[in-house]
Design a protein around this ligand. Structure first.
Ligand SMILES: [Zn+2]
Length: 268
């Protein structure tokens, strides 16, 4: 009998949620979840997320990457998830996305600071348009989230961010401690290569749980899959706030275009 079916089903469901919210860009993006001391469950390679079943999720040895259960080929980014979970041993889930706004920031090859509500303990001077996990609607993607009334018929909802859930407070952590100090930058290396795994390994820090993969996408680690998915959402909102700040400083932008872009980012 197949093992870890609850975890595998949760991965399949989460992929659908991320895809429905436009965070995976086709079959891009993937997930790894630690299922015991030695093993992790990962998404299969190049599979349509809308039809993915729990049985399609592959079980691997975190150290050796040898497949121990599952018929499909594992994601080509299995090494990234193994390195992330191997380093952050108190985190269970690693999520990699090609989400549009944060991926745009990843094209700039810069790190990203959290743009949180000042009351949540964030050092950022930029105010967040969101409070307590509320979120606007995006003109860029059909994102439907808790608190969104205008997109009631849209896709599956994303979970709230770790900050909104009070993640880590019982352990004496503030929201920022649960999210990590910032979203760090990993230099560009081609997808699915050992070079990319090595670049991530070099960038990993104990107090940083989210990373922008330059010219590629995002990867983050959460205490569980729901938390990691909430972090993905928080990264997207922080990226939107960051880009708004960058655009406001650019006096050469066409004013109509600037207004259009700012409006779109304001709603992200
Ligand atoms: Zn990718």
């Amino acid at each position: 009998m197949a093992r870890f079916m609850i975890e595998r089903q949760e991965i399949a469901d989460t992929c659908r949620t991320l895809a429905d919210n436009g965070y995976l860009a086709g079959t891009g993006g993937n997930i790894g979840v630690r299922v015991d001391d030695r093993l992790m469950a990962v998404t299969p390679s190049a599979t349509d997320y809308s039809s993915m079943r729990a049985e399609d999720v592959v079980i691997l040895d975190i150290e050796t990457l040898v497949v121990v259960e599952g018929d499909k080929a594992p994601t080509i980014e299995k090494g990234l998830h193994a390195r992330m979970l191997g380093f952050h041993r108190n985190r269970k889930a690693s999520v990699h996305t090609h989400q549009p706004i944060a991926s745009a920031v990843a094209l700039l090859h810069e790190k990203l600071n959290w743009q949180l509500d000042p009351s949540a303990g964030c050092p950022s001077p930029l105010p967040s348009p969101r409070k307590n996990g509320e979120r606007g609607t995006s003109a860029l993607s059909p994102i439907s989230l808790p608190g969104d009334d205008e997109h009631g018929k849209a896709a599956t909802s994303m979970p709230p961010s770790p900050r909104a859930r009070g993640e880590g407070k019982g352990e004496g952590q503030s929201g920022i401690a649960a999210l990590g100090s910032h979203v760090a930058r990993v230099p560009y290396r081609p997808s699915g290569t050992g070079m990319l795994v090595k670049a991530l390994a070099n960038a990993l820090r104990p107090d940083v749980f989210a990373y922008l993969l330059a010219s590629h996408g995002i990867i983050c680690a959460g205490t569980d899959l729901k938390t990691a998915t909430g972090m993905i959402r928080e990264i997207e909102a922080s990226a939107a706030a960051y880009l708004r700040g960058r655009i406001l400083k650019n006096i050469n932008l066409d004013s109509q275009l600037q207004a259009f872009i700012m409006d779109a980012l304001e709603k992200a």
